[in-house]
Structure formats: C-alpha cells, structure tokens
Design a protein around this ligand. Sequence first.
Ligand code: PHE
Ligand code: ZN
Length: 846
Amino acid sequence: MTVTQYLADWRPYPFEVTQTRLEFDLAPRTTRVRSQIGFRRKDTGDLVLDGAGLKTLSLAIDGRSLDLGLIRADQEKLVIPAADLPESFTFEAEVEIDPEANTALEGLYLSGGIFCTQCEAEGFRHITWYPDRPDVMAPFHVTIRSDKPVLLSNGNPMSNTTKEAVWHDPWPKPAYLFALVAGDLVAISDSFTTMSGRKVALNVWVRPGDQDRAGYAMESLIRSMKWDEEAYGREYDLDVFNIVAVDDFNMGAMENKGLNIFNSKLVLASAETATDGDYERIEGVIGHEYFHNWTGNRITCRDWFQLCLKEGLTVFRDQQFTSDMRSAAVKRIHDVQTLRARQFREDAGPLAHPPCPDHYQEINNFYTATVYEKGAEVIGMLKRLVGEAGYRKALDLYFDRHDGQACTIEDWITVFEDATGRDLTRFKRWYTDAGTPRLSLSEEWRDGTLTLNFRQETVPTPGQPDKPPRVIPIALGLIGPNGDEVLPTTMLEMTWAEQSFRFDGLGARPVVSLLRGFSAPVTVSREITADEQALLLAHDTDPYARWQAGHDLALDALIARATGVTDGAEFRHAIGGLLADAESDPAFAALCLWLPGEEEIATTIATRGLTPDPDAIHAAREALARDIASAHEQALARLYDAMDNPGPYRPDAEGGARRSLRLACLGLLSRIDAGKRAGTLFGAASNMTERQGALECLIATGKDGDALVAFAQEFGSNRLVMDKWFMVQPLRTAPGLAVARARELAAPPDFDWKNPNRFRALIGGLTGNHAAFHAADGSGYGFVVDWLMRLDPVNPQTTARMCSAFETWTRYDAGRQAHARAALSRLAAMPGLSRNTAEMVTRILA
Ligand code: PHE
Ligand code: ZN
C-alpha cells in the first residue's frame, strides 16, 4: 500500500510523553522489549502509536490489559480510543523482535555479532509501540540485559553490572535519536574538559584488534568539541560521549544522543589502509555527527518535511569546520564539485525536489544531496546576505529561543528576520522551490562604464511549472587587462528576473570575475573568450573563481572534442603556465590538473541542449589527457618526482596536497608511459593514498594483473580495504571491459552483497564508470538492475538510494533510453517490490 504524506496534513500530537522507560532482554532471534511510557493529554483525540513487524505479547494502560485487537497491523498502528484514557496514564507493552532476521538494518539488528540500532527516520517503530515522530520528545531510561560485555545506550550510565546496564538520558529527545549497542567491543578512551570546566569521558568503541586504527577518529572528536565551543559557543551536555563503529550500516553515521553509531569506514584509518580522502571524510563526519548535538538533537525537527533544518545547517557547520582545520579554498572547491556532480544533477532530472519537500511516500528517499548539500548552500547565502555579525546574532537567538524544541524552517527564517531586521519572504523560495536557476550575463562597455545585465531563469521541475525569481547574491570582482584587480569582491543582490548593475570610471575594459566563492548555487551562462578565461586563471584573486576559469576552459576543450569540433589550444597552453608555478600551491595545481569527469561533461553537453555520447566523451577525455601528457611530459615528470613524500605519513592538508598533485601528474603520465611509473609507485608506496592512486592508473591502462593479486593477498582480511579493491576495478577498467569485469567480481563467494559497503563498492563502482554504465548495448543497465532486484527484498533502503544512478536516463539517445526503460520497467514490475524502491522507480520513469 502506498500512502503519500503531505506537509499540509501535519497536526500536533495530542499527548505529551513525560517519560519513556525501556527494558531489553537481548537475544539474536527473540529479543524482549518491555516499555512503560508516561502520557499526559494536551488536546482531544485517540492515542495512536506506531509499530511495524512487532510480535505483541501484551498491552496495558495503568496496569489494565488492552485487547490486542486494537492493533491495525496493515496500517502499522495501534489506536486506543480517547474514551478509554484518563488525563495522565502509563502505557505498557511487551513485544518480541528478531534482530537476526533484520537485514534491512532499520530498528534493532545484528552486525557481525554486535547488537545495534538505527532509528532515524522511522526505525523505532520496529522496536516497540511508540509515537514515532520527531516532535514527541521525552527523557529516556533504559535497562539492557545481555551476555555481551559492553552494553550502551544514550545519556549517562547509571549502573553497570555484568549482564545488566542502566542508562538515563535527561535531555528530552524524539525516538529517532534512541540508540542501543551490545557487543564484544573495546574502546580507545580520552577526555575533554568543556569551556565551563566539566570533564567529559570520550570513547571510540571498535572490535578487538581495530584499536590501532581508531586514534584519528578520537582526535577528530576532540577537535570538533573544541571548535563548536569556539565558533558557535556550544558546549557538550552529558558526562560521556560514545562512538561505536559497525560494519553493516546503510548510511555514513548517526547522531544518536551521546551514542553516535558509525559506519566503520568513517572511523577506522591508518596510513596503510586509508587514503587522504578517507581521513578528511572521517574528520568531517565525526564533526558532523557531533555538531548535531545542538543542531538536530537539542533543537530537532517538528516533522520530516523539515529535515533540512538539521541537515542543511549541520552540513554547513561541518564544512566550516573542515575549512578551519584544512584549506578553506580547497574545501570550497571540493564542495562545489560535489554539489554540481550530485545536487545539480538531481535538480535537473525526474527526482528534483526542493530542500523542504511538501510530500513524500518514503522519507528515507529524501536524505538527498538537495536536502543536505543544497540545504547548506542556502544557509551560506543567508550568511552572505546578513553578514558575519548578523549570522552570529541569528544563531545565538536560534539556540536561545528554540533550545528543547522541535522546529520548522519557518522558525529558522523568523530568527534571521528578528535578529537582523531583514524581510526574508522572497528568500524563502530557496527552501520551497526546486530546480537550479540559470544566471545569464551580458555586458556593455562604453566610455569607461561597464554595464552588467543579468537574467535569471529556472526551468520547470516535477510538480512545479512556474518558477518566480529568487534572491541571488552575486559576488564579483573586476580584473584589468594587465591582471590587476580593479574592483575587489563586491556583493550584488539580484531580486528580479532581470537586473542591471553599472560600474563607472574604469580605465580599460576589465574581465568580470563572476560568482566569487560560488556565492549562489546557480549555473552561469556568459560570453567569455578563452583568452579572458586564461587571464582569470592566471590572475584572479579569488581561488574558487580562478579554479573555475581553468575548469571552464578544460570543459570547453573537452566538449569541442566530444562533439566533433577541434579544440583550441588554450587549455593545453594554460596548463604550461600552471605547471611552471605548481610547487608554490600544489593543492591548486592538482585541482586544475584533474580534468572534468565524464559525467560532468555529459551534464554540460545536455544543458547546452545536445545529446551526450558517452563513448565520444570518454574518447575525448582520454585524447586530451594524452595530448597534455605529451605536450608537458618533462614538466609533469619533474613535478611528479618533486612531490614525493619523504618522512612519516601525516594525514594533513599539506601532505595531502602534495600527494594529490603527484597523483594528478601520474594520471596524465600513465597515458603515455604504459603504466611504468604507476607500477613502481604501487610497489614502493607506504601509504594507501599513493597505493590506491597507482592501482587505479594500472587498472585504467590494463596493466593491473599482478598488482590486484598482491593487493588482495596483503589486505584480504581487511573488509574496508577490500571494498576499495571491489570499487576501483569496475570504476577504472576501460569501459568496453568493465561490465564483464563487474560480473566476474560479483560471482560468489567473495562478493558479500548483503553488506551495504560492499554492494555500493561494486555496483556503485560500475555506475560511476560513465561510459560503462551507459554502454550502448544496455549491458550496464541490465547488470545493475539484476542486482537491485536481488537486494531489494533484503535491504530496501540501500536499493532505493542506488536507483538514482538512473536519474539521467532521458538525456541519452533513443537506443540507450530504450534499454534503460526496459531495465527500469523490469524492476518496477518485480512482485513484492519495497515501498522505498517503488517510489524511486515510479518517479524516475514518470
Ligand atoms: N542523520 C544522519 C546524518 O546526517 C544520516 C542518517 C539518516 C543515518 C538515516 C542513518 C539513517 O548524520
Ligand atoms: Zn546529519
């Protein structure tokens, strides 16, 4: 049964929950859960509780048994008529659940013998009867009985004997923040003294044997706690903070109050097993989950339509954290790259939705790039509009006014209006309207005056035909023909569909450095020559705009080739200047040397109204890379040697920048040295960053046989490292061979497909190989759908998320479209298809 939920239908819950007491007797097949929940009436209405897949043994109100016939199993509800309820009462239930059978990883489940929970968004109803909605908040008191040595829940420990632990969480919270862990775990421990002098015990819990790879997670946690005090004045509020790493997890990590549960890939790291990228993600996600303690937990969401209230803000905060810990310029460019690759793509296709959707069938399908990354961009724009001081004032007011509440985006905007006196009515459209605005610029130059004529336009998205103009902050500067900056960064505010701005008194016609810092999530269309782009690449003072100029130059060269026009030599030429100066800023040089990916080239071609040809795009990118390598072989080789990393590995920004530049050079050189350098580096490297980088080059050149065997021999017992082995092969193999290779890898027994990380590694690796996934014969689509059909009955959430690989299917040629439609229709027609996947396929095919 599919039911659509609408924001317009939200009603307050008619009861307050005064206390939630839970008792767990854990057993793999038969876990007993006893609950005692205190209710107090606030408004008229029946008591409606949520429960899914529960074996209910007994129900009672104030000790009086209830008829089990009140359960409406088909609706996953228990409805107790208002007439049977006093003003205040205790509801009791005893249910039995089966964690071992729980392969969907929602509710209470087992991961490698560890009992753990995942309750966001609606997992708690798989544990017991409860008002499973975020606006019902209560203190929790939890007793766990089990043979497992370590028993954890939210809040502070009350008593802990063998086989029984009691936890109390004094901070009222919704059920989605509940967590329980029981297992054979060991901790690395430390402590943190908060700004008011309270000492907090910190533990990172891992499987015995993994302790030596948990240190970086602990350091990241301590940095996060300190940063949130300094940047936002936010202090931690319990005596202990626990993090647990588990191997089976649908997402990255979860911010349960005082007990964060993490996918082990975002906790465990050592130089030999993790890349620079892995380290940066660990630091960022540890920060993200920790920052949720205030933005998400102390202040939570009223309903799931408000998801981006906590996620957009917490992503924004973790981005600020990473820029403070590492390089702000590099972080901004990385974030723009991810936004374009994932969110712009989503916004341009059948799955487009606003950061604040107003309806859904399955909320798990809305943990998207739009809610997370675009939600963060919208906050970035708000901050640009009200300024640093206005932002700080608004945030202080937000924490002050709403602590302990379940809030809405409306509340959030009101805080900014009250703190700064600005009217944000029109700005709010960023939250409610889907689609990426396209900003066009045309210029007029006369007598020392430059007039900039801007136009904005947003094409219709599903369910939203008309798009009124948005408030767009446009940061720009002007660069004179000699490379000097003649106007430093200036913020223009565009509020109408068309608007002009004038700059007078200019000596010579300058080049506009547009959208500095990527001041708004829009696409840009403007007339600019290759020479002007090269000038910006050489002289712009804004690192993002400077990188973007080079990136556009590369994209134009690639698209010219892929669409049969010969390219100008500007990009190849500009690379020469860049290489000469690369050592002064290795991070920037690396960012410029990595050519735009095939997916981005396809997206850009489609935006220009043409049909992308995946094979031509692949060939064009390979050819340009080869040309660059041949034209600059000596400079690249010199830089490659200069960027070696003597001394012990350190996962910091400086070392990472050097390795990134080294690998960018290696990638280009491998195209002309038959994998010689990559082979040497693979054998010699002592860190996973270079190891994996070299391996990827070897796979792309087809010289990978020995390296893959050696890699598997060395790391065969390390699940996380073997995920890399499963990912890089379908991802980097030449497109014509990749589907066959994925098929071989998927053969039993090594492909443990029920583990979400392993499934995403192999299947996601293939969908990331643009020309292979979109193979003209449909073999890529067919292979992926076969596996989605296999996974859906086991794990609907992960299956549904991976359907988004198909969200661009209508932009390709008729032959590919026919194959994609056939594959998707096969999935749609599968008997017993989950609600999660059904919603995704229906939207994609609509
Ligand atoms: N709330 C988690 C985060 O953003 C994500 C998540 C959602 C994890 C649903 C599990 C399930 O940090
Ligand atoms: Zn989050």
